[in-house]
Design a protein. Structure first.
Length: 332
């Protein structure tokens, strides 16, 4: 599809990163392209730091989609009806597709899939903090769709305008599917909230547990976000972490009210003057603990991913053997 990654296939990682020094003139010309809203394509010249930032963000995004299949996949066998099972299955398959799509977008920047997967499995690369929380009840599946996919859409719609063409184009399709995911989650919550007292209590409990981790998905507050300023200058990010978090709160609180649920924040209130909801302090210690690998499910998630990778070894081996056979036939 894109050729920068293909041009560099087979080269060791260090070699791919060795490039001539970047001149001030090149850097200025690149910034002018970003400022003019031109799309940067895989074979265009780009600063090494821009390439590395994108590899980091896109690969982490891909890892999040792949690890994100686990908490929901957990409920495939326990969905309350055939219809819910089919919908959830389609959603989880979508996440797999997003992951593979995003790995391909990252590969256009010259990084190999193997390297990205190694970095995930070794714990070097991050994935979204949100997927280190457990799905204890069926309502958690509703809360994930409603809140987690809702937060994802808020973050990802602006990424459709990201300066890097392959990532921006990938996000268009991803966002369409995320929008369906958000609606199915809200629908689960709506059905539960219109049901028995026990069902409504289950929905409230899920909101209580998923609300704060969903706000953390947007990343550290702007004053602590190390990458935001540069990513915004390069037009990779269009809004800061805090701006997106605020948009999410403003959009989601009225939805909770519609459901008849209480957002678990005593400080939450609407400020008539600003037109925004003000919310309480986020427990950043919890966020950093999860990032450091000490969330409720970090170890379980990585162990399961490692097992899936090991179980798939024969598929990779067969694909390599097929490719080798094909290459011999082509040569002949
Ligand atoms: N979790 O300087 P900052 C989904 C890291 S999947 C973990 O603000 P940046 C879905 C950050 O990486 C949702 N780590 O960074 C799937 C950085 O560490 P490194 C995933 C986080 O990149 C299945 C450090 O903290 N979405 O939707 O400017 C089912 C400093 O942060 C988190 C994406 O990946 C976090 N929450 O901004 C359902 C979207 N937040 O790399 C749904 C694309 C921050 O220096 N990514 N960190 O070691 C982004 O938009 C940006 O990368 C972020 C962070 C807003 C996440």
């Amino acid at each position: 599809m894109y050729t920068q990654g293909l041009d560099q296939q087979g080269k060791p990682e260090q070699e791919k990163q060795r490039r001539p020094a970047e001149s001030e003139a090149e850097l200025r010309a690149f910034q002018r392209r970003c400022d003019a809203e031109e799309k940067i394509e895989a074979k265009d010249w780009m600063p090494e730091a821009y390439r590395r930032t994108l590899v980091r963000q896109i690969s982490q995004h891909a890892h999040s989609e792949i690890i994100g299949m686990q908490p929901e996949g957990n409920w495939l066998t326990r969905a309350p009806s055939l219809k819910r099972k089919v919908i959830l299955l389609a959603k989880v398959q979508d996440e797999a597709g997003h992951g593979l799509y995003l790995y391909s977008a990252a590969e256009t920047l010259g990084v190999s899939r193997d390297k990205m997967v190694d970095d995930l499995l070794s714990g070097k690369a991050k994935y979204s903090s949100i997927f280190n929380y457990a799905t204890l009840t069926w309502a958690d599946i509703g809360a994930i769709g409603w809140l987690v996919d809702g937060a994802a859409i808020m973050n990802q719609v602006p990424l459709c305008r990201c300066s890097y063409g392959p990532y921006a184009r990938a996000m268009v399709r991803v966002c369409k599917e995320e929008s369906f995911h958000q609606r199915q989650g809200f629908d689960i919550m709506h059905v539960l909230c219109s049901g028995s007292e026990a069902q409504k209590a289950m929905a409230q409990d899920a909101l209580n547990r998923w609300w704060w981790p969903s706000l953390m998905m947007f990343g550290p507050s702007d004053k602590d976000s190390e990458h935001s300023a540069q990513s915004m200058a390069w037009k990779i990010k269009r809004f800061s972490n805090d701006e997106l978090r605020q948009k999410f709160v403003d959009a989601t609180v009225p939805q909770a009210e519609f459901l008849g649920l209480r957002v678990p924040d005593d400080d939450l209130h609407f400020n008539e003057a600003t037109g925004h909801y003000e919310f309480g302090d986020i427990d950043w210690q919890e966020f950093y603990d999860v990032l450091a690998g000490n969330g409720p499910c970090n170890r379980e998630r990585l162990a399961k991913r490692q097992k899936a990778h090991d179980d798939g070894a024969w598929v990779r081996e067969a694909a390599r053997a097929y490719a080798a056979k094909h290459a011999v036939q082509e040569a002949a």
